[in-house]
Design a protein around this ligand. Structure first.
Ligand code: BTN
Length: 249
């Protein structure tokens, strides 16, 4: 029987990055599937696209999961992003907070980012041998440098124990992990698309040609964002499109 995600939780006070720490444990042969590392503070927290991930010490959930899928082809690597973002949306729902997934895997509440995901996969042939999934989830922090960031405290007016949030997240994550291990990729993809932020809602974007009003229609099998622009469906990679704003309706 494989371990549950969270069978072992290592809680650190300060570390450079929980993703780096998992990688170090892996290199030392000292980690197994389902282990979770959390830290009160990161001195070199990393975000997507080489950005930093800043978080006030002790106020947020900063954690990384070490996961070993049984037989996951690299062609299906996006399910790792799907299960993690779905688990975060589920977690927020448990606290009566309505969230959506801003493509590809930012978690948004009231048009602001509450959580981000950094996935680092290792390959063995054409399969994913392991995945390090880092999650930064804003819990009790109130002020952010970024104007479009928010937290559980800002959204609900309540403070939370970061550890409680992690426990709820683990429950959701284990549920979706079962779907992944049972190869229910279509189901996961469908659930993911249902939670997509601004789907079918006109918004302002910019691409290489400049600013335009478009409508997100979905995501294709390669994971590219499908946006309707002047009646045509266009597929965009991450660096090719920026959301400027939701249009007033
Ligand atoms: C993003 O939205 O850019 C992804 C942010 C991911 C941040 C988390 S915090 C825990 C883990 N350790 C890191 O260095 N990064 C991830």
């Amino acid at each position: 029987m494989t371990h549950q995600i969270g069978h072992s939780i290592i809680h650190l006070q300060t570390i450079d990055s929980t993703n780096n720490y998992v990688a170090k444990l892996f290199n030392a042969g000292k980690i197994n599937h389902g282990s979770v590392i959390m830290a009160d503070e990161q001195t070199a927290g990393r975000g997507q696209r080489q950005k930093k991930w800043d978080a006030e010490p002790g106020k947020n959930l900063l954690c990384s999961f070490y996961l070993k899928p049984a037989n996951l082809s690299v062609d299906n690597h996006l399910v790792l992003s799907h299960i993690t973002s779905l688990a975060l949306v589920d977690l927020l729902r448990k606290y009566h907070v309505n969230a959506a997934i801003k493509w590809p895997n930012d978690i948004y509440v009231n048009h602001r980012k509450i959580a981000g995901i950094l996935i680092e996969n290792s390959l063995s042939g054409m399969n994913i041998s392991h995945s390090i999934i880092g999650i930064g989830f804003n819990v009790n922090q109130q002020q952010f440098e970024h104007p479009l960031a928010t937290s559980m405290l800002n959204e609900t007016g309540n403070k939370y124990l970061v550890r409680d949030i992690l426990m709820e997240l683990l429950q959701s994550m284990n549920n979706y992990w079962n779907n992944l291990e049972n190869k229910q990729y279509d189901l996961l993809n469908k659930d993911y698309l249902e939670q997509l932020y601004l789907k079918n809602i006109p918004a302002t974007f910019s691409d290489i040609e400049g600013q335009f009003t478009g409508t997100i229609r979905g995501v294709n099998e390669k994971g590219l964002l499908l946006v309707e622009k002047l009646g045509n469906l266009k597929a965009y990679d991450l660096q090719e499109i920026t959301l400027i704003a939701q249009n007033d309706v």
